[in-house]
Ligand binder design. Sequence first.
Ligand code: GAR
Length: 205
Amino acid sequence: MKKVKVAILASGRGSNFKAILKEINAGTCNAEINVLITNNPDAPAISIAEENDIPVEIIERKFFTNREDMDVKIKEILDQYEVDLVVLAGYMLVLKGKELLEAYKNKIINIHPALLPSFPGVDAQKQAFDYGVKVSGVTIHFVDATLDAGPIIYQEVVDISNCKTAEETAAKILKIEHKAYAKIVDSFSKGKYIVDGRRAKYILD
Ligand code: GAR
């Protein structure tokens, strides 16, 4: 079975990136990570890439006059590394480039730490905790021009009713993110998602 060639986009800690690498190394995620792209030169994710001999491309916002141009550069890098799948793992900028979004339509995925459409944007776990919901969870979705609203690939519910702080809530959800994201990346090596309107239907090869 052909491995999925992946680009990771991350802005910070990179624990989802690390979790996917762990599953790849364990043989439970049939993928290879060809490149890490980050907008943050201080992102801890960079050392994870370096320790694993993964090329790093730093694309900082300040070097571009607008976001469209920044995303054109990202597209050029994705083309250069010939990736099949772009995995946003804590990439904290919204992709805005039309050219990028069209060229990689239904090939860019994001993980969000809540059950969308509830609690989009930043600090989703705190939003859920503060609201007092009993369950929240994880959503993995295709990325389009909307904010956290592309077609949903996968959701998993997490019981947060006993969490005492927003931090505890985030930690409980993060554990689920780590397993779920690697599982979904792996699924791209065994089949495809057909997107019809809001629905992403999975078909095995
Ligand atoms: C994760 O919890 C991810 O779901 C979230 O950022 C964190 C990144 O952690 N993403 C979003 O909130 C996107 N809207 P990581 O850098 O350790 O993977």
